[in-house]
Design a protein around this ligand. Structure first.
Ligand SMILES: Cc1ncc(COP(=O)(O)O)c(C=O)c1O
Length: 387
């Protein structure tokens, strides 16, 4: 069961402090802001980028825009000289507006409409991902203009979100796909995989990298050069359970890359969650309460149709911070819409709350606002951007 954290008693390992509540009150007062809102810290984005870059020296970072496409995040990434992984032409446009270069992006969506491909190529993107024969055919008109990465499936996953169910060919299919690419007069560029999002065990990367090395050797025997290996995203974020530091997490990955890909293969990664999640804190207010079957129910002004959409699509549980009296009681935390489905937690330990009390939810920057809706005519949480 999740237990809210009393912000007045937080140990140093926790990200939020009492002063954060005071700062939130200050922000609300100064800007006459109404909750729900999301506080985005540019410096946190920079710190996350630097931490990942330091944990995997020599690995090129392509930020996965799908995790959070807020302009301030994209600007920080572009300013720091990193690149982007996009799933659509519209994301390419957002990158351009933030000062990024579409020509440095990887379009990593394995299934794209022909129009999507044409738009991305016209915007200057030339690196695309495929995982099946029909997808290759869509690129025939663009011979000489594109280079293709083949995505293979990761057999096992220790990730919260499995990304090998829908995408990725069998490792054994890669050779045939590379030949098909060549037969159509197109360029095979390299390999990619995704271990799944919020991956908790870096040995899954290690095994996938070993598989990539075996495939690379078989391709080489057939005359194909693997110029790039893209190890995808998946790098984990501290939500409720403790996780390894990014340095410790990446150590086994660096080691296997050093033994299996010590040549001049370019190594890339596509982190989304790791860069954006901890840079954003949600501020929400209790707008209603009741007692049902002996349990306290609290209704917030944000819910699963809004910023908590990640409870559904991302299978994610976010930590709750309170500055209220800590007589913990089993409670239900629900969202503001008329739908009974709109329950954030039905088994949470909360202190007694009153209408108007504020709760803070850290690490709400990945797969949250991007999939939020305005269901019931309720507005989405706005962002306020801090340096
Ligand atoms: C192709 C691809 N790359 C990168 C990512 C980002 O993954 P994460 O946020 O786990 O780092 C995703 C997430 O869905 C993805 O589908």
């Amino acid at each position: 069961m999740i237990k809210a954290i009393d912000i007045r008693k937080t140990a140093p390992r926790h990200r939020l402090k009492k002063s954060d509540f005071l700062r939130v009150r200050d922000i609300i007062g100064k800007q006459s802001l109404k909750t729900p809102f999301l506080i985005l810290s540019r410096s946190a984005v920079r710190n996350n980028l630097d931490a990942l870059a330091a944990a995997m020296p020599g690995v090129k970072i392509y930020y996965a825009v799908k995790a959070n496409n807020h302009q301030a995040i994209l600007e920080e990434i572009a300013k720091a000289g990193h690149s982007f992984d996009v799933a659509s032409f519209s994301e390419l446009e957002q990158i351009r507006c933030a000062g990024g270069l579409p020509e440095n992006c990887i379009h990593s969506h394995p299934i794209k409409s022909p129009q999507e491909i044409e738009n991305a190529i016209n915007a200057g993107t030339n690196t695309f991902v495929i995982d099946n024969f029909d997808e290759i055919e869509k690129f025939i008109p663009y011979s000489g203009k594109v280079r293709l990465l083949i995505r293979f499936k990761v057999a096992e996953s220790n990730a919260v979100v499995n990304l090998s169910y829908k995408f990725g060919c069998e490792p054994d299919e890669v050779i045939e796909l590379a030949h098909k690419i060549h037969d159509y007069g197109l360029d095979y560029y390299g390999l990619t995989f995704h271990v799944g999002s919020q991956c908790l065990d870096s040995n899954v990367y290690v095994r996938a990298i070993k598989t990539a090395a075996e495939i690379r050797d078989r391709l080489k025997a057939d005359g194909f050069e693997t110029k790039l290996l893209d190890i995808g995203g998946g790098f984990p974020v501290q939500y409720i359970k403790s996780i390894l530091s990014i340095d410790r997490f990446c150590k086994p990955i660096n080691k296997i890359l050093g033994t299996k890909f010590a040549d001049d293969t370019i190594i890339a990664c596509e982190p989304g969650r790791y860069i954006s999640a901890s840079a954003v804190t949600l501020v929400a207010t209790v707008i209603g309460k009741s007692i049902r079957s002996g349990k306290n129910w609290y209704f917030l002004d944000d819910g699963v149709y809004g910023s908590f959409s990640g409870r559904i699509y991302d299978h994610c549980k976010y930590q709750v911070y309170t500055n209220r009296n800590t007589v913990w009681k089993e409670s239900v935390l629900a969202g503001p819409t008329c739908d009974s489905f709109d329950v954030i937690y039905d088994d949470i330990l909360l202190p007694p709350l009153e209408i108007g009390n504020i709760l803070l939810f850290p690490a709400m920057g990945a797969y949250t606002s991007v999939s939020a809706s305005t269901f019931n005519g309720l507005r989405k949480a706005e962002y306020i951007v801090l340096e």
